[in-house]
Design a protein around this ligand. Structure first.
Ligand code: IP8
Length: 271
């Protein structure tokens, strides 16, 4: 088996987070072109993307992160029940996924999609689902998955499986993954101060649990864990021997620099 990495395209990076179902196609295109360059170095890439405005807004409005709520009464002009909203969000996520797949195909990669609602169930880093589908030795094949609404056992019925949980399992359980990269929007990595007041000097280059950081978690929009979840899952992965990095996805060549052992800007999560 050759070199392999997992890259998470953050939802806040690839979509307009506060405008329902609007993708940043240019950013996705640039990321996919860098993925192509990485594969040209003989490194296989597995991509997981977040949901951004294709998932969080509707999931929040319909409280899908809380599972089935029998007494929940609400309707808007698009749907009338939580179960209908589950189907809507799954469809919207497939739309975002189709944009990512099409950009990967444009650069000549063979992108294979694995929508979680078809193969995964339950939540958190111990979610269920066989990862064999992500196996292949061909660097031209890029497996793609994403955060989704999945079935959950018993009364809860459904819930939100974050792409951050998927990347954690992929990085830990697939053989020979050398790095996990979180490509984020608007920040160069983890910061010592809130992003809107940060300067160049406020980047934390190496993070371990005793280092305090400031991040923006838009709890009003986000139904998963924001930056806190990334750090938690990233740290779990790092403790399992895979190198973990946070990089500004608006400058995707930094990911190429990292894998080619050139100087790059971002944060490394220490075990
Ligand atoms: O953006 C969330 O995935 P994430 C998935 O990777 C949905 O945390 C449907 C909101």
């Amino acid at each position: 088996m050759g070199r392999r990495i997992v890259v998470k395209f953050g939802g806040a990076l690839i979509t307009k987070k506060d405008e329902q179902c609007v993708a940043h196609t240019e950013i996705i295109r640039n990321l996919c072109s860098v993925v192509k360059s990485i594969t040209e170095q003989g490194i296989q890439v597995i991509i997981v993307h977040g949901a951004g405005s294709f998932g969080h807004l509707k999931a929040k409005r319909w409280r899908l992160n809380e599972g089935y709520i029998p007494e929940f009464e609400f309707s808007d002009d698009t749907c009338t029940s939580q179960l209908e909203a589950v189907e809507h969000v799954r469809k919207d996520m497939l739309k975002l996924n189709a944009i990512v797949l099409s950009e990967l195909k444009q650069v000549g990669l063979n992108a294979l999609s694995h929508p979680p609602h078809e193969w995964a169930s339950n939540l958190g880093p111990g979610f269920l689902g066989n990862l064999d589908r992500f196996q292949s030795d061909d660097v031209g094949v890029v497996h793609v998955s994403f955060g989704d609404v999945v079935d959950v056992d018993e009364d809860r019925q459904f819930g939100i499986l974050s792409g951050d949980d998927i990347v954690a399992r992929l990085s830990i359980e697939l053989p020979d993954i050398e790095s996990l990269v979180f490509a984020m929007g608007g920040v160069d990595g983890l910061l010592k101060v809130p992003p809107h007041v940060a300067t160049e000097k406020d980047l934390i280059e190496r993070w371990s649990p005793e280092v305090s950081y400031q991040g923006l978690h838009q709890a009003d929009i986000d139904v998963t864990g924001g930056i806190g979840l990334k750090i938690k899952r990233g740290h779990l992965v790092a403790r399992n021997g895979v190198s973990v990095h946070l990089i500004n996805g608006e400058y995707p060549t930094r990911i190429l620099d990292l894998v080619c052992d050139r100087p790059w800007r971002g944060t490394t999560i220490l075990p």
